[in-house]
Design a protein around this ligand. Structure first.
Ligand code: AGP
Length: 605
């Protein structure tokens, strides 16, 4: 979850490295640093904390080199201090790294025994020490890189400078992504298209195990065996570079407001509103499988849980949803007729990638609902099912979530038709309902006043409970996650029917209870659960629609979402869930877009 950038430039690179790191800061912000080489010198500036701190250091002590690398860190090994900030330097070598070197302790012992002196607690420094040791043994930079890579175990992406080689940056990827950018007389290397986006839209994605040398002439790419390879140079959309907040206070606020477009653009890949039909992009016959196994983390897993209700109810297709970090280690019983489906905004989440690879190795077909189209997951699965939400920068996922739910809803309709559970007329009716989602999301977004008031009350709470039934249960889990990850208030989501089996013991006058209950066929059941809570002094806020609000007890405060068909209620009611968490976090003065301890893409296990 760190950000990497490198530029082999034709003019000083320091400011452009910082510009790129600012676009990568969502990947981690414990510390930042850059290094440049020039006239045989290797210079470095590093600072703990956000990039603004590094900018202040550079204002005092600027760097002038035309070739350099930069890094913004999410700490895995070693505290987030300046000493542990990247780039790490050993002799002639400077390295920036994203990922984990799993055998770093063993290599560090070996290198210390050989007389090498370490300055940091990080795993990364081992890479610089290894390459420098190989250079000292007389190897060329590329051979030294290859020799070091052959010793490393783990998942990593790295970029490397060599003092004295002013026209060279080397890189390697084994797990986390790395792209090469092609400029006009300049070359770039970075974590993703967004990193090099300010400089070029022409990129080549390194494959698993590739390593590369870039210079003013271009890129020499090698596969894991050391054989020269070509990787296609593609042109990415300008949006991959131009991610700005506009006039919003936070990226999260912007992305909540982006949701009508995000859902509209996503649905355009799955439904034909004129013909009234739904289908997987590129086609897929759900009648040919017996079961879906969804693997996803965090918010993406809750989208998957909503999808499960729809695949089973509409299509009669058995569907399981599991955290990949559990799934892949428990030897699950899967059959060749199981379709493994990953759901991921980043397409780089290590746990989800590993679970999909586990399934692929056992002969299962794999699919993925992914927002980052050039990502590893999008390129590795058999079936790439895009969400088209555009770049999502805020660590707390919002528009990617509703885009995921809309894609899964369309796929469930397609599966129902293909498995003979609905006829063409019913398919067309359901597609028509789904097409209403963008408008209803827009209506839900602009009803913020009530939420703003309630947020003040919740911002003072120590614990908050969310509950719902049916597809509102995953939404309760998502609401709790949103609140805790950006406001740091402890929150739990429960299935409403489960409250009386223990969690109701948590209810007292201090605990806000968020009940998610549109006026659907489970409304009355949820109202009974809500009465149990009210009887024990719980302070209830109900997220519902107009009918639900009319039937709510006097003591209950309501957030009224637009009335909608149950098929799209998870989409429409996601908005008040997100806005509530957002306004609570703003009330608390929290770092909304970059909450503590988190990163946007968890590329380590
Ligand atoms: C969501 O708000 C969180 N930031 C987190 O749970 C996230 O959904 C999870 O890490 C999965 O990320 P992915 O969608 O990129 O795979």
């Amino acid at each position: 979850m760190c950000g990497i950038i490198g530029i082999v430039g034709t003019k000083p690179v320091s400011e452009r490295l910082i510009d790129s790191l600012k676009r990568l800061e969502y990947r981690g912000y414990d510390s930042a640093g850059i290094a440049t080489i020039e006239d045989g010198r290797l210079d470095r500036r590093r600072e703990a904390g956000k990039i603004s701190g590094l900018e202040a250091v550079l204002a005092e002590h600027p760097l002038s080199g035309q070739t350099g690398i930069g890094h913004t860190r999410w700490a895995t090994h070693g505290a987030p201090t300046t000493r542990n900030a990247h780039p790490h330097v050993a002799g002639r070598v400077a390295v920036v790294h994203n990922g984990i070197i799993e055998n770093f302790a063993e290599l560090k012992r070996e290198l210390i025994a050989a007389g090498r002196v370490f300055e940091s607690e990080t795993d990364t420094e081992v890479v610089a020490q290894l390459i420098d040791a190989e250079l000292n043994a007389g190897l060329s930079p590329l051979d030294a890189m290859k020799a070091a890579l052959d010793r490393l175990e783990g998942a990593f992406a790295i970029a490397v400078l060599i003092k004295g080689d002013d026209d060279l940056i080397m890189g390697a990827r084994r797990g986390p992504p790395l792209v090469v950018g092609y400029g006009d007389g300049e070359m770039y290397i970075g974590t993703d298209a967004m990193a090099v986006g300010p400089f070029t839209q022409r990129v080549a994605y390194l494959d698993e195990g590739d390593y590369v040398a870039i210079d003013h002439k271009g890129a020499r790419i090698f596969d894991a065996s050391g054989a020269p390879v070509e990787r296609p140079v593609v042109t990415v959309p300008a949006s991959a570079a131009l991610v700005e907040k506009g006039n919003y206070r936070h990226f999260m606020e912007k992305e909540i407001h982006d949701q009508p477009d995000a859902v509209q653009h996503t649905l355009s890949s799955y439904i034909d509103p004129i013909a009234g039909v739904a289908g997987a992009p590129g086609g897929f016959d759900f009648a040919g499988i017996e079961r879906l196994q969804i693997v996803a983390c965090g918010t993406a897993s809750y989208a998957g849980m909503i999808g499960r209700y729809l695949f089973e109810r509409l299509a009669g297709l058995p569907c399981d949803v599991e955290f990949p970090s559990e799934f892949r280690y428990r030897e699950p019983a899967v059959t060749a007729k199981t379709l493994a489906v990953g759901i991921s905004q980043s397409g780089e989440t290590a746990d989800t990638l590993a679970a999909l690879r586990w399934c692929k190795a056992r002969g299962l077909q794999t699919a993925a609902v992914v927002n980052s189209h050039g990502s590893t997951m999008a390129r590795e699965v058999d079936l790439f099912w895009p969400t088209n939400a555009g770049p999502e920068v805020a660590v707390a996922s919002t528009k990617a979530f509703t885009a995921q739910v809309s894609a899964l809803t369309a796929l469930a309709i397609a599966a129902a038709r293909q498995r003979g559970r609905i006829d063409a007329a019913e398919e067309s009716r359901l597609v028509g309902i789904l097409m209403e989602a963008p408008r209803l999301l827009a209506e839900a977004i602009f009803d913020e006043d009530v939420i703003h008031t309630l947020a003040l009350d919740i911002s003072r709470a120590r614990d908050v409970l969310y509950f719902g039934r049916g597809a509102m249960y995953p939404l309760a889990l998502e609401g709790a996650l949103k609140l805790k990850e950006i406001s740091y208030i402890h929150a739990e989501g429960y299935a409403a029917g489960e409250l009386k089996h223990g969690p109701i013991a948590l209810v007292d006058e201090q605990t806000p209870i968020i009940v998610i209950a549109p006026s659907d066929d489970l409304f009355d059941k949820t109202m009974s659960n809500m009465s149990e809570v009210i009887a024990r002094g719980g302070r209830v806020i109900m997220i519902t629609d107009a009918d639900g609000a009319a039937r709510a007890p006097e003591t209950v405060r309501t957030i009224v979402a637009p009335t909608c068909d149950p098929l799209i209620a998870p989409l429409v009611l996601a908005v008040p869930i997100q806005l509530l968490a957002y306004h609570v976090a703003v009330q608390k003065g929290a770092d909304v877009d970059q909450p503590r301890n988190l990163a946007k893409s968890v590329t380590v296990e």
